[in-house]
Design a protein around this ligand. Structure first.
Ligand code: ATP
Ligand code: MG
Length: 552
């Protein structure tokens, strides 16, 4: 049967271009500005661009848009590259930097001047703003607009040579001060700025502006489809003007799509940076954030991110995706891939009074009941176990099928036990539950004598690995509004809960950074890459097992 899958609007444009011979090969790119860490929105852009190149046998370029030296940091360059690698986007091991093209960009500016399409302007930034007009009124032409080509060439060269102080002169495109599109009113394309650049040091004291640099970078690399987000829609005429005036033989075209937004989380570098700088989170990779390094640390996989981005699709109108969909994707991805182990996060002791004091037996347990390929492991069982506090109740409500005085339950993979008594401390908290076990009911014996309604998990106290477990909730509380009246984020005070003393079955000992497991009846957890050590293991909750999310 023929596969019927609707093509998104970008695929339609590309297919038409290839059919009509506008291009015979497509090239896309991901052009991050190294001014922060990448987040889930960038993953969408990376996977979209890389996915298109792959689908149409084209080329995907990875390029740092480092035209703005003030904000750039080598730390960001490094982390961004790690994230792109993690997602598996293949850029042939070649990383481009716009700063490699500064000479060509300068040449392109000279070319515009020679064509009479650019001029050096001495107006101050404030005057330029005043002359620009408004959405309802046309702008006024700069008094420097009609300088001769020779004079412009000389002045621009002098700007480059360092003759003029910062901000005293700019190069502007000569387009149309009456254009209804403000971006076309003789936009500034080069400025004088003495700033040290992470790649070019102090070689340059003039830097190109984004709206000029971007089309030129794309054209230099032979990009065909320059995919960006909707806020650049109004800049498209300028993009087209630049590539037309510079007479590139197969000019790139700009296509816009809607940014990815998620409910209950903070996307947008500015907000994330503020949380980091204010010390509200533990760095750019705090597991409550949705930077890619945070998602990785939290235990998300590249496969789950890809599934999520695919499910989101590509659209032309802004909307927010439910965070629960991201959780759905990681659950789906890990479901068959990870071992299901027993871990007790809020422990109380369970003592089996009639079990021999020094006896240890080992139960053979399937690692994943839905995937035999993951094999099995031995789980030790002994007289003193830990169980979850919530699996015992002194006075149970109706339909509570777990442990309470007189009730019998199944200890997962082991025996039936019956609650005989319990001990409380001076504050009235239960500290120990005492049971008896029935050897006949041993798991694997095929016991059919009687049934029990509840099954609970456990960990042998003498064998357990002690660990710290961190539970996360969304960092902002969207139900009460993401922002407070003063524009600050409405933070969820419960976004992090630390459980200091949890007990995990010994098979998990030695797990490495990022390794993840299902803790049965609870959720998926992974070894924290930053803080976990063999002496003090730390686990992050990736996601709980429960979900109200349904895929439409
Ligand atoms: P931020 O919103 O975090 O400030 P940015 O757009 O300033 O991001 P850039 O480094 O300039 O970040 O972006 C690199 C690429 O990623 C751009 O092509 C941009 O359009 C795309 N991008 C950024 N945010 C999103 C998003 N939320 N959804 C999809 N694509 C995005
Ligand atoms: Mg940006």
């Amino acid at each position: 049967m023929e596969e019927v899958k609707t093509k998104n609007f970008i695929e339609q444009i590309i297919e038409k271009d290839l059919e009509e011979g506008v291009y015979d090969h497509i090239t896309t790119r991901f052009p991050p500005e190294p001014n922060g860490y990448l987040h889930i929105g960038h993953a969408k852009s990376i996977l979209l661009n890389y996915g298109l190149a792959k689908k149409y046998n084209g080329t995907f370029n990875f390029r740092f848009d480092d035209t703005n030296p003030m904000k750039e940091k080598t730390e960001y360059v490094k982390s961004i590259q790690e994230d792109v690698d993690w997602l598996g986007a293949d850029y042939r091991g070649e990383v481009f930097f716009v700063s490699f093209y500064f000479d060509q960009m300068y040449e392109a500016a000279l070319q515009l001047i020679r064509k009479g399409k650019a001029f050096v302007c001495d107006l101050s930034a404030e005057e330029i703003r005043e002359y620009r007009g408004t959405l309802t009124e046309p702008g006024k032409e700069s008094p420097y607009r009609n300088r001769s080509i020779e004079e412009n060439l000389k002045l621009f060269e002098e700007m480059k040579g360092g003759k003029y102080p910062d901000g005293s002169k700019v190069l502007r495109a000569k387009i149309d001060m009456a254009s209804p599109n403000m971006n076309m009113r003789d936009p500034v394309i080069y400025r004088v700025a003495r700033m040290e650049h992470h790649n070019t040091g102090n070689d340059w004291c003039i830097y190109p502006m984004y709206d000029f640099a971007h089309p030129v970078e794309d054209a230099i690399e032979g990009v065909t489809h320059s995919i960006c987000t909707l806020e650049f829609e109004d800049h498209r005429p300028l993009y087209e003007w630049v590539v037309r005036e510079l007479e590139y033989p197969q000019p790139p075209k700009q296509i816009e799509f809607a940014k990815l937004y998620l409910t209950n989380v903070v996307t947008g570098k500015r907000y994330i940076k503020k949380l980091v700088e204010d010390g509200i989170v533990d760095g750019w990779d705090d597991p409550r954030l949705v930077t890619l390094s945070a998602l990785k640390r939290r235990g998300f996989t590249p496969e789950s991110i890809r599934m999520f981005v695919d499910l989101c699709g590509v659209s032309k109108s802004n909307s927010s995706v439910d965070y629960a969909m991201l959780e759905y994707c990681i659950r789906e991805d890990l479901k068959l891939k990870r071992s299901r182990v027993m871990a007790v996060l809020d422990p109380i002791k369970l003592v089996i009074d009639n079990y021999p004091e020094d006896q240890v037996e080992y139960f053979d347990v399937m690692n994943n009941q839905e995937n035999e390929e993951l094999g099995s492991r031995k789980v030790p069982f002994s007289k003193v176990l830990y169980i979850e506090r919530e699996d015992f109740m002194e006075e149970p409500p109706k339909k509570y099928f777990r442990l309470f005085p007189g009730n019998e339950v199944r200890l997962m993979n082991a025996y039936f036990v019956k609650c005989e008594s319990f001990i409380k401390d001076e504050n009235g908290n239960v500290t120990e539950v005492h049971c008896t076990y029935d050897p006949e009911t041993r798991s694997g014996n095929g016991f059919t004598g009687r049934k029990v309604k509840g099954t609970i998990h456990w960990v042998s106290a003498a064998h357990a690995m002690e660990a710290e477990v961190r539970l996360y909730e969304n960092i902002v509380d969207e139900e009460k509004g993401k922002l407070n009246e003063d524009g600050s984020l409405n933070l969820n005070p419960n976004s992090l809960t630390v459980l200091e003393k949890c007990y995990i079955e010994p098979s998990v000992k030695g797990a490495e950074a990022y390794e993840s497991f299902q803790f049965v009846r609870n959720g998926y957890y992974c070894v924290d890459a930053k803080d976990s050590t063999p002496e003090h293991p730390v686990f992050n909750r990736i996601v709980s097992l429960k979900s109200s999310f349904k895929l439409k």
